[in-house]
Design a protein around this ligand. Structure first.
Ligand code: HSE
Length: 443
């Protein structure tokens, strides 16, 4: 006999996360129903691969490759999109919304490019598009920002938003191995994709930061605008030297509000960053994520947990399903604006150019090892008003051999540092482009 209270769910994409969703819906059906007052019924699954055994019980679930049929099925109240990618996912989500269905997705890449279109369409149709799983995996960071911290002016949000790169950085530091060796291990262990670019080049973190910046600051922006630098250029020497100076290297997404009289601009950037070893973020190892949010009323908050993986991500997807199901039962879908601000208050906010940033820098020069070279480097920095806090040379080269010379600067403007490096990298004694890393002392 069918249960008329049940909420019908259709799942598109039966990979790792989709399998996790089936597992959570099955094994936690009791607590889900107790909290919801009604069962969530997974009615259909669509995936192009209908052969692979996912090791889960599919009794009572129609499983085929017909995603369009699933979206059009009147018994399905909520569509879960877990196929990833842009175009097919966008089309299926928009079609679901047009058909009056609610959507749950983990697709940060899609939302970081097309949130205005998707949320706009959802608002017009009076349906929800929920996306907690798209940032921080199992960490309920979006709901916390949107609801728990809604009373605050958010001053800054920053953190480790990508587990793959955090695993690679932790291992490089621990083992002293090269990037390529560690990346291969991450791929063998299933942390990194066969094509790891979106993770290691910082794109995934930029997608997530784009969504967080919208929620924290009402900033309408796309991930294409966020200055993004990945971790490929890091060498074992950077970890060793940073450690000796008292820092660890983390790939951070950082967004801050710059509120000045008559204007509000946003800092948003993704790059490898030196953080003090004593900071909480420095202690986040392996594939874990951590996000700090600073609000004017609440002060500092820190959210930590598994940023990826089958069950943690499924936890966020099913949490979204339950929130929408509750609203469906109460008849008040669309209760909370998806990006926290009511849509008409979201507006493009200018980004602060990197050249305007002011901070401390780690500079790794590659220079031949002969008397006077260090003085020359220091002289050029001095001409650009850049003070030196510490210097370290690793190894002994010679007039023909290069060595790394590492400098930590006093606070300086990034434009001045860039101008100095343009000059230094042209010097005869400097044999490779200088590596610049930013230091965030306060995180
Ligand atoms: N590939 C991401 C990561 C997880 O490594 O954190 C999904 O966003």
């Amino acid at each position: 006999m069918s249960d008329r209270r049940a909420i019908g769910v259709g799942l598109i994409g039966f990979g790792t996360i989709g399998t996790g969703v089936v597992k959570v819906l099955r094994r936690n059906a009791d607590v889900i129903e107790q909290r919801l007052g009604a069962p969530l019924r997974l009615l259909r699954i669509a995936d192009l691969d209908t052969e692979t055994d996912r090791g889960v019980d599919l009794e009572g679930i129609r499983f085929d490759a017909d995603a369009e049929g699933l979206v059009a099925d009147p018994a399905v109240d909520i569509v879960v999109e877990l196929i990833g990618g842009i175009e097919a996912a966008r089309r299926l989500i928009l079609r679901s919304v047009e058909g009056g269905k609610h959507v749950v997705t983990a697709n940060k890449a899609l939302l970081a490019l097309h949130s205005a279109e998707i949320f706009g369409q959802a608002a017009r149709r009076g349906v929800d598009v929920a996306f907690e799983a798209s940032v921080g995996g199992g960490i309920p960071i979006l709901r916390s920002v949107r609801e728990g911290l809604a009373a605050n002016h958010i001053e800054a949000i920053y953190g480790i938003l990508n587990g793959t790169t955090n695993y690679v950085l932790s291992e490089m530091e621990e083992t002293g191995e090269d990037f390529a060796v560690v990346l291969k291990r991450a791929q063998d262990l299933g942390y990194a994709e066969a094509d790891p670019s979106v993770d290691v080049d910082g794109g995934d973190a930029a997608h997530k930061l784009t969504l967080l910046a919208a929620m924290c600051f009402g900033a309408e922006l796309t991930c294409k605008e966020v200055p993004t630098e990945g971790i490929r250029g890091l060498a074992p020497i950077d970890f060793e030297a940073s450690r000796e100076f008292g820092y660890r290297i983390k790939l951070l997404g950082i967004a801050k509000a710059r509120r000045e009289p008559g204007s509000e601009r946003i800092e948003a950037r993704v790059h490898p960053t030196l953080v003090p070893v004593s900071s909480l973020l420095a202690r986040v190892d392996g594939a874990m994520n951590a996000v700090a949010v600073i609000g004017d009323a609440v002060g500092e908050t820190l959210f930590y947990g598994a940023g990826a993986g089958e069950l943690p991500t499924a936890s966020a997807v099913v949490g979204d399903l339950m929130e929408i199901a509750r609203e469906l039962r109460r008849g008040n879908a669309g209760r909370v604006a998806p990006l926290s601000y009511v849509p008409e208050m979201l507006e493009p906010k200018p980004l602060v150019p990197l050249g305007e940033l002011h901070g401390r820098f780690y500079l790794r020069f590659t220079a031949v090892d002969r008397p006077g070279v260090l003085a020359h480097l220091a002289g050029v920095l001095g001409e650009h008003e850049i003070g030196i806090e510490s210097v370290m040379q690793k190894g002994r080269g010679g007039a023909r051999e290069s060595v790394p010379v590492i400098v930590l600067t006093h606070p300086a403007g990034e434009a001045a540092v860039r101008a100095a490096l343009d000059h230094i990298d042209e010097l005869e004694d400097v044999t490779a482009p200088t590596r610049l890393l930013r230091i965030e002392q306060e995180l």
